[in-house]
Design a protein around this ligand. Sequence first.
Ligand SMILES: NC(=O)c1ccc[n+]([C@@H]2O[C@H](COP(=O)([O-])OP(=O)(O)OC[C@H]3O[C@@H](n4cnc5c(N)ncnc54)[C@H](O)[C@@H]3O)[C@@H](O)[C@H]2O)c1
Length: 486
Amino acid sequence: MLLKLETLLHDSILAKYYQHKITLMNTNLNRRNLLKALGITAAAATFTQNAEANTVQEISFPENPDYIPLAQPITAIVLGAGNRGNVYGRYAVAFPSDVKMVGVAEPIPFRNERFAQTHGIADKNRFKTWEDVFTVPKFADAIIISTPDYLHYGPAMKALAMGYNILIEKPISPSLQECLEILAAAKKSKSIIAVCHVLRYTAYFRKLKEICDSGTLGTMMSINHLEGIELVHMAHSYVRGNWHESEKTNPIILAKSCHDLDIMRWIANKPAKTVSAYGNLKWFKAENAPVGSTERCVEGCRIERECPFSAIKVYYEQKKRIHVLDVPEDPALQGPAILEKLKTSNYGRCVYRMNNDQPDHYTSIFQFEEGILATFGLEAFTSWEHRKTRVMFSMGEIEGDNVLITVTDFRTKEVTKWKASEQKEFNNSGHGGGDFGLMQNFVQAVSQNNPALLTSTIDASIESHVMGFMAEVSRKNGKSMDVKLR
Ligand SMILES: NC(=O)c1ccc[n+]([C@@H]2O[C@H](COP(=O)([O-])OP(=O)(O)OC[C@H]3O[C@@H](n4cnc5c(N)ncnc54)[C@H](O)[C@@H]3O)[C@@H](O)[C@H]2O)c1
């Protein structure tokens, strides 16, 4: 009886919907007006909403049973007050009862001043370079290492020697030897050391991991993971920006994708044994420079209006990613300052005329223990900027697009969908809430002096870094490589 009523209701809704479709296209109706126009009662509307709610379940952050509110905030010193240093700085502003920034080392005066002002840092605790911080006695609970990749090892070793707890940006170091030395020093120390694998702290990846670990889909067979960098992000960071020369920073597989290697290792729950990798720089090269293009976009380039990489469009018109340009926030001053930077910095240069060498497409195949196979694709040429993951099991499959997780059980044919939203109070923190999620966990681990409260430990991170180092050797040598710590 109920079913019949529902079918009738559904059919009449559909009929009315199509009758009104044309009208609706011309009228700007909100949802309530739409339902009214279709003659759907409040009860029917509720029915529709419940049906939607039943098919897609919201992923919320699980309550952390280990969370203990702090009696007083932990204190931290930021080394490198650039992009990432300020991400963790914003956490301190949003959650003053968790962490207080009490020191900064930053050579660029504009950034040093801005950070000190924002956090009320005393002059005596403002330093030009990371080395200076370690010339004075320990004055905080933690050191946040957000200097460029090649400047992680020095501060990490000093901080461990002086008993600071550490939050260290990824990649840990461009050198495998340095990574191993940091690991060895961390093992001898009593410090908490967390690596900024922020994806592990998102609601989405935590759910993915939970489903993989549950065993409900049988034996894990394969992982198929794709990271779309998005073409303008690629141009910004790996053609024009900080990471355009692999020798001076890190190969892109580590610089961009150590998160992804870490996620694959995490969900496989087994060590990787071998890797075969392929990749090259195919597009961002001089031979592809269009006729009429110039050294800089502002020098009268004839194809600038149709070029998706135009620095004028990205930085001057759309004001995207301008934090790297250190320009004033006042809109009256900002425009001219951006144009000046496009004349003088790498961010104004033609993407086909840089001295870049990072591959713009890269595929690797990992073999994990127990025969789990994983393919990983790193692609510059996507219109979207996130990850897509499929995990195949003997009795089911998982398909994830960074927001929606669809689980199919082969035995029951049941399809379950999960949709992630950022943890409410973590909205606007980057990486799907992972940036602030990581900070909250780090603060808890330090305040409770309990490293078990972190999942992105130095051991796990070094292991996934080794996957990246070996992938790069394989890509360059054209040989399959063993993934071994030594
Ligand atoms: N976890 C993530 O998702 C993520 C994302 C982007 C970058 N990163 C990593 O974070 C780190 C910082 O990257 P970023 O994007 O913030 O770069 P950035 O260039 O914006 O910031 C680095 C800062 O370090 C400063 N610096 C340089 N030399 C220094 C010194 N001797 N002492 C103190 N400070 C010094 C620079 O002036 C700069 O302000 C890098 O290792 C990067 O790979 C991680």
